[in-house]
Ligand binder design. Structure first.
Ligand code: ZN
Length: 278
């Protein structure tokens, strides 16, 4: 968990990181820390799934996470009453998408998606300049994917779905499939071609479903620099010339891009969430 103090324009003043344990241990520490910082609003950018329906009795609760101890955690009510200040919540990836849209690689594009490919895959979607919530919030990590013919574990590793994106393509899936730590999978290993096969299906479907103008891919897996160009190339192949837009046909490097805020997208997003309720 990262605690950030900053301005309503997204400037970070101070940041501390602590290992995520249980809500009983952590939430009192969060309240103590921010009480000492004299802040006037709080933004929570939290892993999901979350209840984000404002009229729901469990608004601001984490719902059914596999993370031990965090299911049904009333994170928003606990922090809001502990601090007594205006408090906002969204998913970590919607917050990151908001930050990238306002201040990062998504500036100028009102229809865009931010995806983190890390220990898990999550995506925040901006449509018409605003984060999408809908029925719950997007869970793009669990869209269904066609396995690569050379994937030795084509069903993937998600406990809920065979062959979903996260189960096939997050950091854990790569490490389990190849029995190597991520940092030890070298450029040129077949792992990357297969990874690009999976992420390009996400990009193709995003272009087709929401006509995204920017798709921002971040997270630990994207640190392999050869991957992003491979994803662009495979997305072009999948699209097969179907979308008759000059940007899509000739400038995929202007559509599928790295985050503009680097590792800070989520923290800056939390500051922007706070600014909206301050
Ligand atoms: Zn899944």
């Amino acid at each position: 968990m990262t605690l950030t103090v900053g301005s309503e324009t997204g400037e970070i003043f101070e940041q501390i990181r602590m290992p995520t344990t249980t809500p009983e241990e952590m939430l009192p520490l969060v309240v103590d820390y921010f009480r000492g910082q004299n802040i006037y609003a709080l933004g929570i950018a939290c892993f999901g799934p979350l209840d984000l329906k404002p009229d729901s009795p469990s608004y601001g609760y984490i719902t059914t996470t596999p993370k031990p101890g965090w299911s049904d955690c009333p994170i928003l009510p606990v922090l809001r009453s502990g601090l007594g200040i205006p408090t906002a919540i969204d998913t970590d990836v919607n917050a990151a998408a908001l930050a990238e849209h306002r201040l990062g690689a998504g500036r100028g594009f009102d229809n865009m998606m931010y995806v983190t490919v890390s220990s898990g895959i999550g995506g925040g979607l901006i449509i018409g300049g605003q984060p999408v919530h809908g029925c719950m919030h997007p869970e793009v990590g669990h869209i269904l994917i066609q396995p690569h013919p050379q994937d030795p574990v084509p069903q993937g590793f998600c406990p809920y779905h065979p062959s979903c994106l996260e189960g096939l393509a997050d950091q854990h899936a790569m490490e389990k499939r190849w029995e190597l730590p991520l940092a030890e999978i070298p450029a040129g290993h077949p792992a990357w071609e297969i990874e690009a096969h999976y992420l390009s299906q996400l990009c193709m479907d995003t272009l087709m479903m929401v006509s995204a103008e920017r798709i921002i891919l971040g997270g630990s897996v994207m640190q392999q620099e050869t991957l992003l160009p491979m994803v662009r190339l495979q997305t072009q192949k999948l699209l097969n010339g179907y979308i008759a837009s000059d940007r899509v046909l000739r400038h995929m490097d202007d559509i599928i891009v790295a985050p503009g805020l680097g590792e800070d997208s989520i923290a800056v997003g939390a500051l922007l969430l706070a600014a909206e309720v301050a």
